[in-house]
Design a binder for this molecule. Structure first.
Ligand SMILES: Nc1nc2c(ncn2[C@@H]2O[C@H](COP(=O)(O)OP(=O)(O)OP(=O)(O)O)[C@@H](O)[C@H]2O)c(=O)[nH]1
Ligand SMILES: [Mg+2]
Length: 310
């Protein structure tokens, strides 16, 4: 642990800042990639598919003069009536309520209809907000950035606008400095070596879900939930067993695949990623079970760690 990093309970230098930074945006604009890049660790899973993130997940960044608590959120999806989607939107609202600052993430070619709903959440947060234009590495030719920034810069409601590429790290230093400046003065809220508010069981379940999203087609992974049933951390090795819950019988067979090949590939890839991130060996068992229409069951959603309600 660096001596220049402040821990909760220890004396705080004058001008030390801390607070929650809600990261908001439409599905797939790169919120999780951004949080991972800002924190410098994989806190949240990333896939090319929309609606990858389902929960609000805190990524902790401790700097010598500030602690930033980035809250990755699910992409806002206002149209769906599924209880799962409503629970995901609820997670966004929870992040908004506790935010000291907000990052609204958009991507080229620019502001779209869905961004209006995200902006409503930004305004509901009643805190300073930065408009983050992500994926600028994709703009060809680069000269297209200037008119885009010119147009977006005329929008009211933001204290700053920062073009970035979360994937390459471009301009993230500037974003970090601006976000830090928006936080109130106060002591750190998490230990200096913390990186996330989520425990190992959640992170293992998410790494399995990441592989399901990457390896299964069409709507199948959207009907799946992952729950870690048992977890043992021994010196140098993690032993875990997880259930992949399918919402229909037909999906169970798809997840297992011919001769179990798909489930094996998912389990192996998730285990390798877990070993890479944790730096220890892992034994990971996976089973597939059916919980009919769990995405519309309040009880099942609560079991899977979602907050539900009216
Ligand atoms: N070219 C490029 N791609 C990016 C960048 N940031 C994210 N992506 C890609 O965009 C896709 C979506 O990224 P995520 O970080 O999962 O997006 P998200 O906003 O968290 O998505 P949801 O959780 O589904 O709402 C992935 O394929 C990323 O690799 C970037 O700066 N440049
Ligand atoms: Mg995400």
């Amino acid at each position: 642990m660096s001596e220049s990093i402040v821990t909760p309970g220890s004396p705080v230098p004058a001008g030390y800042r801390s607070g929650f930074v809600a990261v908001l945006g439409r599905p797939n604009v790169g919120k999780s990639t951004l949080v991972n890049a800002l924190v410098g660790r994989k806190i949240s899973i990333v896939t090319p598919r929309p609606q990858t993130t389902r929960h609000a997940i805190v990524g902790v960044l401790s700097r010598p003069a500030a602690q930033l608590l980035f809250v990755d959120t699910p992409g806002l999806n206002p149209r769906s009536s599924r209880l799962l989607n409503r629970a995901m939107n609820r997670a966004v609202q929870g992040a908004v309520v506790g935010a000291d600052a907000a990052l609204m993430v958009i991507e080229p070619p620019g502001w779209r209809d869905g961004d209006d709903q995200v902006f409503e959440q930004v305004q509901a947060a009643r805190c300073p907000a930065i408009l983050v234009v992500n994926k600028i590495d994709r703009l060809r030719p680069r000269a297209r950035l200037l008119p885009l920034l010119d147009e977006l810069g005329r929008r009211p409601g933001f204290t700053a606008m920062v073009p970035v590429a979360a994937r390459t790290g471009e301009n993230l230093d500037r974003l970090l400095d601006l976000a830090t400046g928006l936080l109130p003065e106060g002591p750190p809220l998490y230990p200096a070596d913390a990186t996330t508010d989520r425990g190992l069981a959640f992170r293992i379940a998410e790494l399995i879900r990441e592989q399901l999203l990457l390896q299964l087609r069409q709507e199948v992974p959207y009907g799946l939930a992952v729950e870690v049933e048992s977890l043992e951390e021994k010196p140098g090795v993690i032993v875990a067993s997880a259930v992949i819950w399918a919402s229909r019988d037909s999906h169970k067979g798809i997840v297992i695949g011919r001769g179990g090949a798909t489930l094996k590939a998912v389990g192996t890839a998730a285990r390798l990623e877990l070993e890479r991130l944790q730096g220890v060996r892992c034994h990971l068992e996976t089973h597939v079970r059916v919980k009919k229409d769990w995405a519309d069951s309040e009880r099942a959603l609560q079991q899977f760690g979602f907050e539900t309600g009216p």
